[in-house]
Design a protein around this ligand. Structure first.
Ligand code: HEM
Length: 405
């Protein structure tokens, strides 16, 4: 089909003037791809799919959404009311809104799997360090976009979540209050905050799209890693991306869409995981909800924040838990990439995944004394993983790697 399309007169006319044909051949259809990639390599194309879905549904939501905390005659805020109108009065508004809300969680599921794959198979190591670092920038922008977006419906959890997180800036000495006020647009979360967050929430995904372009450019300079983690012969051990991987990626998109449609049509709140139950209640600045927690994809970092008695230390450690991802490629000194051939690293990375899941659970549940200790242990394991990495190669007996794939 792609060949047919590229042979049409219209395509040839454009190609003569833009060279687009050879760009498509070099970077898509004939792009040399390792022939042994498993399904864990589907998550990159899935992340692109969800990003496009989020941008498209977001554009349509923004046509009806109104970022204002002013009150309507009915006693709701304009923002909350506009979301209710999208749900009830706009044709297929409910569908677009649920696609966007479920899409936010789907985006993080896909990207966390994508990162987990990178960790397990050592895709962050030489020569893909920059690719990984761009990925971490993408992660931070995604988290920012999700946080800003969550305020927009102006429900109870939106409001109080924003209050808790923006208050954290106050813990930072000297500049903290200034940054907090700049973000909030005053001394307390209110109408100016909503306008700022809406503006940034619109901007960040567009930034993401541009940075993803850089991410893929960086990938095409150094080429894909593979499950064996070994350097390969690009003439003998690769196959053109099309048709094998276009079909495999399309299959992955179909499977993803099945799960996505289940949540969009049958379970959009996912029992309070995707949309908190409290967020169906309009924001009330005089009534704090019994239990304030961010959405599941931010809860691991929230647990790290809560694991320390001092607010400042909590903020520093939360920042450090994200910042340390940038230096990961330089902490790991082993020459072997894939965990398949690194018995010690394999145990460490599995323990790390368990720690992140535990942190996520602790941040979502109410903070009991037991869960607090569990969260602190998981925090120690999280940082322990990174701190141990520079020394693992000294005592790890790696297994022999295969000659080829
Ligand atoms: C919007 C989010 C993202 C998109 C659309 C995206 C897209 C892609 C695509 C299409 C690939 C090639 C296919 C594949 O290997 O799966 C890729 C590879 C890669 N990405 Fe991402 N990515 C995103 C986020 C991230 C993040 C957050 C990280 C890490 C912090 C990351 C790290 C990597 C690495 C290391 C590779 C090379 C994998 C290998 O060759 O083994 N990406 N990305």
């Amino acid at each position: 089909m792609i060949d047919k399309l590229m042979n049409t007169a219209v395509f040839k006319w454009i190609d003569d003037r833009s060279n687009i044909g050879s760009i498509i051949r070099e970077h898509v259809t004939e792009y040399p791809t390792p022939r042994n990639l498993n399904y864990m390599w589907n998550f990159g194309s899935l992340a692109i799919t969800v990003l496009v879905l989020q941008i498209l549904t977001g554009i349509f939501l923004a046509m009806y959404y109104k970022p204002s905390a002013a009150m309507t005659i009915g006693g709701y805020t304009v923002a909350f009311d506009s979301v209710e109108r999208i749900m009830r009065d706009v044709n297929f508004g409910w569908l677009i809104r649920y696609m966007h809300a479920v899409g936010a969680s789907a985006f993080f599921v896909v990207v966390y799997m994508h990162m987990g794959r990178g960790l397990y198979y050592g895709s962050y190591k030489n020569p893909r360090e920059l690719l990984w670092i761009i990925g971490v920038v993408i992660l931070l922008i995604m988290q920012g976009a999700a946080f800003f977006g969550y305020l927009l419906p102006w429900g109870q959890m939106s409001f109080w979540g924003a209050v808790v997180i923006t208050n954290l800036f106050g813990a930072i000495p000297v500049l903290g209050d200034f940054i907090g006020q700049l973000l909030v647009g005053g001394f307390a979360v209110g109408d100016p905050t909503l306008n700022r967050f809406f503006s940034l929430h619109y901007l960040f995904p567009l930034l993401l799209a541009a940075i993803v372009g850089g991410h893929i450019h960086a990938l095409h300079v150094v080429h894909s890693n593979n499950p064996e983690g070994i350097d390969i012969d690009h003439d003998k051990e690769t196959i053109p991306f099309h048709p094998y991987y276009t079909i495999k990626d399309a299959f992955g998109v179909c499977v993803f869409l099945l799960a996505y449609c289940y949540f969009v049509f049958y379970n959009p709140s996912a029992g309070g995981y995707f949309i908190e139950v409290d967020n169906y209640v309009p924001a009330n600045n005089l009534q704090t909800p019994a239990h304030i927690a961010p959405v599941w994809y931010l809860t691991p970092w929230y647990t790290i924040l809560r694991s320390f008695e001092s607010k400042l230390l909590g903020v520093i450690m939360m920042g450090a838990s994200l910042a340390i991802l940038f230096v990961l490629p330089f902490l790991d000194r082993s020459k072997v990439r894939s965990a398949r051939y690194r018995p010690v690293y394999r145990q460490m990375v599995i323990l790390f995944f368990v720690a992140v899941l535990t942190l996520g659970y602790c941040g979502h549940a109410s903070a009991t004394p037991v869960l607090k200790v569990v969260g602190q242990i998981a925090t120690a394991v999280y940082f322990g993983f990174f701190l141990l990495l520079p020394f693992v190669h000294k005592f790890e007996k790696t297994k022999p790697e295969p000659e080829g794939i």
